[in-house]
Ligand binder design. Structure first.
Ligand SMILES: *[C@@H]1O[C@H](CO)[C@@H](O)[C@H](O)[C@H]1NC(C)=O
Ligand SMILES: *[C@@H]1O[C@H](CO)[C@@H](O)[C@H](O)[C@H]1NC(C)=O
Ligand SMILES: *[C@@H]1O[C@H](CO)[C@@H](O)[C@H](O)[C@H]1NC(C)=O
Ligand SMILES: *[C@@H]1O[C@H](CO)[C@@H](O)[C@H](O)[C@H]1NC(C)=O
Ligand SMILES: *[C@@H]1O[C@H](CO)[C@@H](O)[C@H](O)[C@H]1NC(C)=O
Ligand SMILES: *[C@@H]1O[C@H](CO)[C@@H](O)[C@H](O)[C@H]1NC(C)=O
Ligand SMILES: *[C@@H]1O[C@H](CO)[C@@H](O)[C@H](O)[C@H]1NC(C)=O
Length: 375
């Protein structure tokens, strides 16, 4: 207080007490679209102006114009206050997350987006990670956004990062499976009449076998009753816990109880993660009600003792006497509504820039999920 009087006036005004409005005005050349969108959601602005310890991920003007040109339907989003509010809530984090929090070990801050747009306790999450030495935020479908201007601070303990891309609100589980090439699992859930039930859960962790994993046990698929299938699928699901890769990698071995009742053994081998004998080939895909990790093998509740061979490029099936088939099982009539190629990042930062694919997928409206939920 006393010191304030000694400081030149300009310094005080530029110090820690500057308001969100001041940041938006100073960065008007980059943030004018966001500023005008905020005017459509006064309740959210009220929340932001009085909040403490928040971090705003502020999409640039180019981020919004890219979204509009990629998907004209997103214009609908921008004029629908309820949907817009949902999308913007997904861009506000509870807590202070400065740019030093982006490291090769990902973290998963909570956003203000909650039910019905996200059924994740404490708010839907985003992934912060350092990707190719760039501070990167991964959102729904593992679509990336980069931090362009980090660490603008306002009202004391609040942070704002300007980002390159509008974040994608994580879609409902069934929609995410459909659009990330997990069509066998999608079809298997539909066959077992579990799609709606699984979508309606909150806070889940799903281990999702890839289509290749289902193909590898293809000869057995025809002999499974719907009850067998439901048992197998339930053995892939951890209820009431959203477990991201850093937690799964935090111990050499851990046991998790599944919805089906049987236990899974999670094993760490260096930076690799195994579930029973299956390898996690893509981790941390955010969905509306939790997280999905993609596996290279279908888990077998009657073979809980299956162990991996970490040196092998692919794991032997956990079902005995099976042989592979050419066509992905359960995919008849299962048609994706979009194609997303997720960014793959090493699970725990096994070296900078070591990722296999860049996003080439068509990005739908960032808020398609929000528009779909409860409009
Ligand atoms: C901010 O930028 C927009 C768009 O370029 C412009 O219309 C508006 O007048 C600017 N506002 C301020 C306060 O400079
Ligand atoms: C803000 O965060 C700091 C440190 O992260 C914490 O000590 C403080 O209690 C928080 N304040 C509020 C109002 O949440
Ligand atoms: C990684 O960053 C470097 C330097 O910025 C760039 O030249 C390279 O193309 C990037 N690689 C990928 C895969 O984006
Ligand atoms: C900021 O956080 C510190 C502790 O981390 C706390 O002492 C201080 O009161 C906070 N200031 C505001 C304006 O919230
Ligand atoms: C998706 O699956 C199909 C058939 O299973 C396969 O041919 C295609 O390469 C896969 N695409 C991606 C991006 O993995
Ligand atoms: C699962 O593991 C828990 C804790 O390790 C144990 O208490 C329980 O009996 C196990 N359940 C089965 C079906 O093996
Ligand atoms: C959240 O749960 C509600 C009630 O079951 C459901 O209507 C809504 O679609 C769910 N939202 C998401 C994103 O999964």
């Amino acid at each position: 207080m006393y010191l304030r009087h000694l400081l030149p006036l300009g310094l005080v005004a530029y110090g820690s007490a500057q308001s969100l409005t001041a940041i938006l005005t100073q960065n008007n050349a980059t943030l004018s679209t966001l500023t005008s969108l905020l005017q459509l959601v006064p309740d959210l602005v009220q929340t932001l102006s009085t909040a403490q310890n928040i971090t705003i991920l502020a999409p640039s003007n180019t981020a919004f114009s890219d979204l509009l040109s990629r998907n004209p339907r997103s214009a609908e989003l921008m004029t629908n206050p309820r949907a817009l509010s949902g999308v913007l809530q997904f861009h506000v984090l509870s807590g202070q997350f400065p740019s030093t929090d982006f490291t090769t070990t990902p973290i998963f801050p909570s956003t203000l987006l909650s039910t019905p747009f996200a059924n994740v306790t404490g708010g839907q999450k985003v992934q912060f990670t350092l990707l190719n030495e760039t501070a990167t935020i991964l959102s729904g479908y593992k679509q990336p956004a980069s931090v362009i201007t980090p660490d603008l601070t306002f009202d004391g303990n609040n942070t704002l990062h300007i980002i390159s891309t509008v974040l994608t609100v994580p879609a409902p589980l069934s929609q995410t499976l459909l659009n990330t090439n997990l069509t066998s699992l999608s079809g298997a859930l539909a066959t077992a009449r579990l799609t709606d039930g699984v979508n309606s859960l909150s806070d889940l962790t799903l281990f999702a076998p890839s289509n290749d994993a289902f193909r590898a046990i293809g000869s057995a698929v025809g002999t499974l009753s719907n009850n067998d299938l439901a048992n197998i699928l339930g053995y892939h699901l951890i209820p009431s816990r959203v477990l991201f890769s850093p937690e799964l990698l935090s111990q050499d071995q851990m046991v998790l109880m599944t919805l089906q009742g049987g236990n899974l053994t999670i094993r760490r081998d260096g930076s690799q993660l195994f579930v029973n004998s299956a390898r996690v080939v893509l981790g941390d895909v955010l969905v509306g009600n939790g997280v999905v990790h993609v596996l290279d093998n279908v888990l077998n509740p009657s073979n809980t003792a299956a162990t991996p061979d970490p040196a092998a490029p692919t794991q032997a099936p956990a079902f005995s006497g099976v042989s592979p088939v050419a066509d992905a099982p359960f995919t008849s009539g299962i048609i994706p509504t979009a194609t997303f190629v997720p960014v793959t990042v090493p699970l725990n930062g096994a070296g900078k820039g070591a990722f296999a694919a860049l996003p080439t997928g068509v990005m739908l409206a960032a808020g398609a999920a929000v528009l779909a939920a409860g409009m």
